[in-house]
Design a protein around this ligand. Structure first.
Ligand code: BTN
Length: 305
């Protein structure tokens, strides 16, 4: 974490004359304040005033920090969540240099994408955590619908797909103390306005962008605003315990249900099966070739048909 913050500060004019050791001397609380200051400086492509001008939320985005480049918005969000930010604080970056994907993978985040993290200071049970990821998927799908993309689907647990190609991913991280979840960081990446050829070779074929799908560039600031509003709506539903409603929305736009898949669970457990649906807890329900049912809580699900 320190590394992330040090790198962030080193790029700022105010600190460019200082050595890393001098920056290291700064008190941890002061660090948080400095990060907040930097996050309020104007940025070129993502514009605070454009996002907040019509933003219709109660708490999501009341605190909003935008950076030119960080290693990972999830890491900055985690740091701020532990050092003084509010519920609903949003961290956005125009670029990320070391972003995190699920299952320890990295996430490519060039200029032109939407890379953001939201801090939720909600105490939830561990078993309800997958539901936050599913709910976020619904919020992304609804955002894309409002942007004119009516065929976005959610691939369990966290990919948003358009015509079989990935356009968005979600990484939910819980910050626990004594086994209790204190803060939740919801990280969302949306491929908006860049050429997929800037991604590494292995990602190019399976990725798409909003620009490609709509045939024109999108206003990233508007997409962010819509997403924050949709995210707040679904978070309020989550807080009210309306899990069935969230799952109903998820099922309506599921890419996974009815498909033959290869499930890869942690610890090398893998098998093929048919996706029957999603359980009340947000687990994928898969019928294996031998007819037995499995509830998949975490892992990967590769579509075979
Ligand atoms: C995945 O599909 O593997 C999840 C990708 C999540 C990427 C987002 S981009 C903003 C936030 N910061 C990160 O480092 N990761 C998430």
């Amino acid at each position: 974490m320190r590394n992330e913050i040090l790198n962030l500060l080193k790029k700022e004019e105010k600190f460019s004359e200082k050595t890393i050791d001098e920056i290291r001397e700064i008190e941890i609380n002061d660090f948080a304040e400095i990060i907040k200051e930097v996050g309020q400086n104007p940025t070129e492509y993502i514009r605070r005033e454009e996002i907040v001008k019509d933003l219709d939320t109660e708490f999501i985005g009341n605190e909003l920090y935008i950076f030119k480049e960080v290693m990972s918005t999830n890491t900055v969000a985690k740091f701020l969540s532990e050092n003084g930010c509010e519920n609903g604080c949003v961290i956005i970056s125009e670029k990320q240099s070391d972003a995190k994907g699920r299952l320890g993978k990295s996430w490519e985040s060039p200029l032109g994408g939407i890379w953001l993290s939201i801090v939720l200071k909600t105490q939830v049970e561990h078993s309800k955590l997958p539901m936050i990821t599913l709910a976020t998927g619904v919020a992304v799908q609804k955002t894309l619908e409002k942007a004119g993309i009516t065929n976005a689907e959610i691939k369990w647990p966290n990919d948003i797909m358009i015509n079989g190609k990935k356009v968005s991913g979600i990484l939910t991280e819980a910050i626990t103390k004594f086994n209790t979840i204190e803060n939740i960081i919801v990280g969302v990446g949306i491929d908006a306005n860049f050429d997929v050829n800037v991604l590494s070779k292995e990602l190019q074929e399976g990725s798409t962008t909003l620009d490609i799908e709509l045939g024109h560039r999108v206003d990233e600031n508007e997409i962010i605003r819509i997403f924050l509003e949709e995210f707040e709506k679904i978070t309020l539903m989550f807080n009210d315990g309306e899990f069935e409603q969230i799952l109903k929305e998820w099922r309506k736009n599921s890419y996974s249900i009815g498909k033959i898949v290869e499930v890869r669970e942690p610890f090398n457990k893998s098998y093929d099966g048919y996706v029957l649906g999603i359980s009340r807890e947000g687990a994928l329900v898969v019928e294996k070739i031998d007819g037995t049912l499995e509830k998949v809580i975490s892992g990967e699900c590769i579509i075979k048909n």
